[in-house]
Design a protein around this ligand. Structure first.
Ligand SMILES: [Zn+2]
Length: 158
């Protein structure tokens, strides 16, 4: 898959250089993040920005082509969190020291379970970054907006 570089830049900017699932910040990750298809191409989706999300390698590998997973609380098969259609804060919350993600909905719980969003390496990293004031990103404490793409002209005005 070769996406145009401007598309990759737009996805990274929209995601604020974070994995849109585990919330890891790419500058503090040992691996390069990749652009993933939220609905996989094998299900007929395309390369449109509404179907693209920034993901760390582990989340990308764990998700692979899945769009659904089992809610560990009810056992129901539910849709995974969709970063372009769902509000992150509706589905997830942090525990009090911002190290563990809590699922607030069936989709949130299923996504945490399927993608292993509370991996021990992530918990350790979140702990260190929280102690240094890097995690969570400040704007996350105040916004409930879905991350959406802005047009090039809007970008240039900033
Ligand atoms: Zn991730």
């Amino acid at each position: 898959m070769l996406l145009p570089s401007e598309v990759k830049r737009a996805v990274r900017k929209c995601a604020r250089n974070r994995c849109e699932y585990c919330q890891s910040q790419e500058p503090f990750s040992p691996t390069t993040f990749s652009i993933e298809h939220i609905i996989p191409r094998c299900e007929g989706s395309g390369d449109e920005t509404e179907n693209l999300a920034l993901s760390c390698q582990v989340c990308n590998n764990r998700k692979f082509t899945a769009t659904n997973a089992r809610d560990p609380l009810t056992g129901d098969i539910v849709s995974l969190f969709n970063p372009r259609q769902n509000h992150w804060n509706d589905h997830f919350a942090w525990n009090e020291d911002f190290t563990i993600l809590l699922g607030m909905t069936p989709s949130g719980r299923a996504t945490i379970e399927k993608l292993h969003l509370n991996r021990i390496s992530l918990i350790n990293l979140r702990h260190v970054l929280y102690r240094t004031g890097i995690h969570p990103m400040k704007e996350d404490l105040y916004t409930r907006d879905t991350l959406t793409f802005t047009s090039r002209s809007e970008d240039e005005d900033r």
